[in-house]
Design a protein around this ligand. Structure first.
Ligand SMILES: [Fe+2]
Length: 273
């Protein structure tokens, strides 16, 4: 008895023998197949569209589309991916994120009045810090005249704080400070002078210069505030601010006279000795 050959199982879909496939193809060609879609054939009488170059325009379009598909495939771009046109006018508008109600176009428009109030808060904060620093500077100063100048200005600064509170009241605002980084930096420099020049001949010259830096900052602020108060029609505020501005300018002048008349020379003499 002849042994049966083992049945070989194909891992995939069983395929028909080649000669059977050829036969089926021949049959399809001879009788046609209703399930297959007829291939569109160009009409014999269709009008040819020929471009300027003499080439068939439809062929050109087909070529361009094919090239585009190949490029998209090569770049890994799938059909669903968005293509960005090189021409800005053809691009889709970007999605605009929802606007922040506080910072977006609907935010309150700040005016000169807002700036005026903010700057008042800035100088109010500064005056309070100066008020705390002046006694330390008076204590550190070696020259009796410089000590007296700092002490005198401490009293003036108390009045200046009072005036600022009157200014806030005159415009129906609450007296409130706003952190001023500038005055903190200037006062920090004064503290460094006191530490680094303690007991040195140049200490008073350094302290006086630090005090003048404070005065110049205040003159700048009060000058601006007085001008804005005039612009905004705040008459009482303008009068009070100009009074303080005048006081600050006189203090600055007094410090300059003290520096050139005594303090700087004292530092030079000590240095030469
Ligand atoms: Fe002041």
């Amino acid at each position: 008895m002849q042994a049966h050959e083992p049945v070989r199982k194909s891992a995939g879909k069983p395929s028909a023998p080649k000669n059977v496939v050829n036969l089926l193809d021949a049959l399809r060609r001879s009788i046609g197949n209703d399930n297959e879609k007829p291939v569109a054939k160009p009409k014999a009488n269709a009008k040819k569209c020929v471009g300027r170059s003499g080439r068939n325009v439809d062929a050109d379009r087909w070529l361009r589309q094919s090239e585009s598909r190949i490029k998209g495939h090569q770049s890994g771009q799938s059909r669903g991916e968005r293509r960005v046109s090189a021409r800005p006018e053809l691009r889709r508008p970007e999605k605009v994120p929802p606007c922040n109600l506080l910072e977006g176009p609907m935010a309150k428009q700040k005016t000169l009045q807002d700036l005026f109030v903010d700057t008042l808060k800035d100088i109010y904060f500064a005056e309070k810090k100066i008020l705390a620093a002046l006694p330390k500077m008076a204590k550190a100063a070696q020259s009796p005249r410089l000590k007296a100048a700092f002490t005198k200005h401490h009293g003036e600064t108390e009045n200046q704080v009072d005036r600022l509170e009157q200014v806030f009241k005159s415009i129906d605002e609450t007296a409130k400070g706003k952190k001023c980084a500038a005055i903190l930096g200037i006062l920090e420099e004064g503290t460094e002078i006191m530490d680094e020049y303690k007991g040195m001949p140049a200490l008073d010259a350094g302290l006086l210069a630090a005090a003048q830096a404070v005065e110049h900052y205040e003159i700048s602020r009060y000058g601006t505030l007085a001008t804005w108060a005039d612009e905004l029609g705040h008459r009482d505020a303008a009068r009070l601010l100009k009074a303080t501005l005048n006081e600050e300018e006189k203090t600055d002048l007094a410090l300059t006279q003290l520096a050139t008349g005594e303090v700087n020379k004292h530092a030079e003499v000590q240095e030469a000795a």
